[in-house]
Design a protein. Structure first.
Length: 276
């Protein structure tokens, strides 16, 4: 069957390629005005008008109120407030005349039992792995409901090894380390945010034989180097105040430090409620 189809396709393509140029339709002239990918020229104006009327119905005060309501409490996967948010969103759509159903999905979702990062040599230092609450932010003290910072789906482990700085932790950085004769096999690497999606960093580290990966927020891209930090500065989420978890500028000794990283997670089945 396949051998019969291929010659027909080739003949059709050949015939099209052999058609005289005079028989090909002329390219329509470009229209003036705004362009819109995916819409025929005759329908662009009507769709742009529809978008304009839709945008005119949006109210900033509604968006602000809904965002505050949705983000008022921690709402990670399977949390009570996550379900409450789904019901709130469903209620909004029902009030606008939509038929809405809430669907539950059973997914595996590990949550941390023990997290510990400490410098064991040549000096001792134990990271708190928490951020202090801010009086200007009423949601910053909701530790009882919020999950602590952790790398979801990271395997359990307890490793102690030398620490190696790998810049952004992308393949080009490891190539540079190799040129300098630095091997990360059996080491814990520390990489700064940026340069790639954060999930790439531990993957590339493991491919080069590292036994652990720490990711931190460098003040140059994610802190005071960008300006006054939250809450004094702009509203950007990336301008974090100094904290043990984010952008505190701690200098390690010039001798090679040894770091211990412990991670233990509980694998549970969580229910995710989604309004459709």
């Amino acid at each position: 069957m396949f051998r019969r189809v291929v010659p027909v396709v080739i003949l059709v393509v050949s015939a099209l390629g052999a058609a005289p140029l005079a028989q090909q339709p002329a390219t329509p002239p470009l229209e003036k005005g705004p362009t819109l990918s995916g819409f025929a020229p005759a329908r662009r104006a009507a769709h742009l008008d529809l978008e304009k009327r839709f945008d005119g119905e949006l109210k900033a005060e509604n968006l602000r109120a809904w965002m505050r309501r949705l983000a008022a409490r921690p709402h990670h996967l399977g949390s009570p407030y996550g379900k409450d948010n789904a019901e709130f969103i469903a209620g909004l759509f029902r009030s606008w005349g939509y038929d809405v159903a809430i669907t539950d999905y059973q997914v595996l979702f590990p949550t941390p039992i023990l997290r510990k990062v400490e410098l064991v040599a040549p000096t001792k230092f134990v990271a708190s792995l928490t951020e202090p609450a801010l009086k200007e932010d009423a949601t910053s003290n909701q530790a009882a409901e919020a999950l602590p910072p952790f790398n979801v789906y990271s395997p359990d482990g307890d490793v102690t090894a030398e620490l190696v700085y790998v810049n952004y932790g992308v393949p080009a950085d490891y190539e540079e380390l190799e040129r300098r004769g630095i091997d990360v096999k059996g080491k814990i690497v520390i990489a700064r945010y940026g340069g790639s999606w954060r999930g790439i960093k531990p993957k590339v580290a493991a491919e080069h034989g590292a036994v652990g990966c720490l990711i931190y927020s460098d003040p140059r891209e994610d802190g005071y180097f960008q300006g006054d930090v939250y809450p004094s500065g702009g509203s950007s989420w990336s301008r974090r105040p100094p904290s043990p978890r984010s952008s505190k500028n701690r200098r390690f000794p010039r001798t090679r430090p040894r770091t211990r990283r412990t991670n233990s997670c509980r694998s549970t089945t969580a229910t995710r409620s989604t309004a459709t």
